[in-house]
Design a protein around this ligand. Structure first.
Ligand SMILES: Nc1nc2c(c(=O)[nH]1)N[C@H]1C(S)=C(S)[C@@H](COP(=O)(O)OP(=O)(O)OC[C@H]3O[C@@H](n4cnc5c(N)ncnc54)[C@H](O)[C@@H]3O)O[C@H]1N2
Ligand code: MOO
Length: 400
């Protein structure tokens, strides 16, 4: 390691994690693109709708009524015959409008006169249907080549739907970062009740479920035994874009993270942050991978809430940047009551939201998850605390 221990301001720590460049673009089938970020703008490959379409079930009509009804009807997906003036044909919502039709009469507004073969307009508004009524004209939503979404947009289910509608089978997206999760601590149990001085691992279940939703492919490791050797070897041998460790950041008798980083030739970018809880968190640049790409390690403290604060501060911004996501700015809220702060450091506090106002939750100690599990967000409390009525930034809590 080339940098010495240096506490970083909380905003600067977040900025350092966000500063890493995105991973290269890859092409993915739509079905595999969910959760990636677009590496190029999404441009319409077609007009939408691609042809004039009926917006309602009823009849396509040509000119003023009454109309002579033609046999058959036009269904969605059909190719209709042209419609001569003074005639009408039954049509379904989403069906292509026949050439010559200038409006659609809704099913509930038309009367199909028995015997005469005539269709009468019984709609409340008298006079001929206004041209274009209940038609979705070609290109109403977009024209081919129109920009629909900027690069950096996260591929949500809606984006998949829009891309499919606009003609895409594959999308160019940023590769998702691969994460190796190393959970450290001989005291941790994977199952059962706490016993014999040992406790359950809370972070193995929490982190993969959360970080996957942040656009990462997480490979969870079984609990790693304490000791320099296993940690050093796991970090040295990992080929992931990001190694996330939990525990071992402090100076306890089995806290070997700094030693392991030194031994693999890592460079510390952030070594402790002025935030509570979680201040021993760290961010390091690992020696590059075989392809020359930068690789990183995020060291999260072992106390569970402290680890979540570390992940919000370093891991989430790092993974979002690597994945190429351009996210909206944070939300803020008004403090319903004073939020207690740390005298010198930023504090992240689990809060409950009611409307635009937030209030602190009990059980927000560094080793606890009870408050966080009920929280709607983590309030960013400035040094010294926030008064009732003050506006504070709210960060998202872990979600799938
Ligand atoms: N002398 C000092 N001691 C400590 C300091 C300090 O500044 N000087 N900082 C404290 C703070 S703050 C934190 S946070 C912890 C950070 O410790 P580590 O990152 O080295 O973590 P561990 O010692 O391994 O564990 C701390 C605590 O968390 C429990 N733990 C660990 N992993 C898990 C897990 N996966 N699930 C549930 N609980 C876990 C572990 O049993 C310990 O109780 O250091 C303080 N000490
Ligand atoms: O800051 Mo430690 O992170 O108190 O738990």
């Amino acid at each position: 390691m080339t940098a010495g221990p240096l506490t970083t301001d909380w905003e600067k720590a977040r900025a350092a994690a966000r500063a890493v460049p995105s991973l290269p673009p890859v092409a993915r089938d739509l079905a595999d693109a969910l959760g990636h970020a677009l590496a190029e703008p999404l441009t319409a490959l077609t007009d939408l709708p691609p042809f004039d379409t009926s917006a309602m079930d009823g009849w396509a009509v040509a000119g003023p009524g009454p109309w002579r009804l033609r046999d058959g009807g036009v269904l969605a997906g059909g190719q209709p015959e042209p419609l001569p003036p003074g005639t009408a044909v039954a049509i379904a919502t989403g069906a292509r409008l026949p050439e010559g039709a200038d409006a659609v009469l809704r099913r509930e507004d038309g009367a199909d006169e028995a015997g005469s073969g005539l269709l009468l307009d019984r709609s409340a508004c008298p006079g001929p249907p206004a041209p274009g009524r209940d038609i979705r004209p070609r290109g109403q939503e977009c024209r081919a080549d129109d920009p629909l979404l900027p690069a950096g947009t996260s591929v949500t289910p809606t984006v998949l739907g829009l891309a499919a509608a606009a003609g895409y089978d594959r999308l160019t997206v940023h590769r998702r970062p691969r994460v190796d999760l190393l959970v450290l601590g001989d005291e941790l149990l994977a199952t059962g009740l706490p016993r014999d001085g040992r406790i359950r691992d809370a972070l193995g279940p929490l982190l993969p479920a959360w970080l996957s939703g942040q656009g990462a492919d997480v490979v969870g490791r079984p609990l790693l035994p304490d000791g320099f050797g296993p940690l050093y070897e796991a970090v040295r041998d990992s080929t992931a874009d990001v190694v996330v460790t939990t525990g071992s950041t402090a100076a306890g008798p089995v806290d070997f993270l700094h030693d392991a980083l030194r031994a693999v030739g890592a460079r510390l970018l952030v070594d402790s942050v002025a935030v509570r809880p979680g201040h021993p968190m760290l961010l390091a640049e690992l020696p590059p991978g075989a392809d020359g790409r930068a690789r990183h390690l995020v060291g999260l403290p072992g106390n569970p809430l402290a680890a979540v604060v570390g992940a919000v501060t370093l891991a989430v911004p790092l993974l979002r940047s690597l994945g190429g996501h351009v996210d909206a700015g944070p939300l803020d809220a008004v403090c319903a009551a004073a939020l207690p702060g740390h005298p010198r450091d930023t504090r992240l506090l689990p809060v409950r939201r009611t409307g635009r106002a937030v209030a602190p939750l009990p059980f927000g100690g560094p080793a606890m998850l009870r408050g966080l599990a009920l929280a709607d967000g983590l309030a960013v409390v400035p040094p010294g605390g926030a008064e009732a009525g003050a506006v504070v930034e709210i960060l998202d809590v872990p979600r799938p």
